[in-house]
Ligand binder design. Structure first.
Ligand code: GRF
Length: 206
């Protein structure tokens, strides 16, 4: 089957990006990464892209301080590379441009390390769950809308964290499951249809 052209947006380590690349190599994810876009010239994700000869587009926030303009630069790149799905993988900026969100409506997905709406909007949801004394946390993959971490949910998985001794341990426990789940959702997106009915996302296989 044809592989869906995707863009990955990552700001830092990029381990989810790597998990997607590895799943593609194993033939388990029907996607082709057309471009890595980052706002951070130091992101480790850049090396991961380069080692696979994937084009890298660095849009430096210092060079483009205006938020709308910054997002429009991203949109320009997405259009240029003809992507059909935009995968946020540790992308640490909020997409604010309505023009970008409208143009890629239900084509931008994000992964959040909690069972949303728990710890919605937090950049350290795993540590929040630990401090809160949660026995279970998890991960959520959702469409990106103007409601931060509030878009329709494609996938959730609960992860037991009752044995974790630190917030970092919670993060290490959850990310292992993220690495399994994210490529699978990208693969499902490539192979079928996610229909939105109100707040619910219904998956229809092709
Ligand atoms: C992950 O925990 C993800 O859920 C969150 O940011 C982290 C990114 O990690 N959105 P990595 O850059 O993919 O290693």
């Amino acid at each position: 089957m044809d592989k869906i052209p995707i863009a990955v947006l990552a700001s830092e380590r990029g381990s989810n990006f790597q998990a997607i690349l590895d799943a593609i190599d194993r033939g388990e994810c029907a996607a082709e990464v057309k471009v890595l876009i980052t706002d951070n010239p130091e992101a480790k994700a850049i090396d991961r892209a380069k080692s696979k000869n994937i084009p890298v587009e660095i849009i430096d926030k210092k060079a483009v301080p205006d938020r709308e303009q910054f997002d429009l630069e991203i949109k320009k790149k997405l259009d240029e590379y003809g992507v059909q799905l935009v995968v946020l993988a540790g992308y640490m900026r909020i997409i604010k441009s309505k023009e970008l969100l409208d143009a890629y409506k239900y084509k931008i997905i994000n992964i959040h390390p909690s069972l949303l709406p728990a710890f919605k909007g937090s950049t350290h949801a795993q540590h929040d769950a630990f401090k809160q004394g949660c026995k279970m946390s998890g991960l959520t993959i959702h469409f990106v809308t103007d409601d931060i971490d509030g878009g329709p949910i494609l996938y959730q998985e609960a992860v037991e964290i009752s044995d974790c001794k630190t917030g970092d341990e919670v993060a290490d426990t959850i990310i292992k499951i993220e690495h399994e789940a994210y490529p699978q959702v990208v693969d499902s997106f490539a192979r079928g249809k996610y229909e939105i009915q109100g707040r619910r996302v219904i998956y229809v296989a092709d």
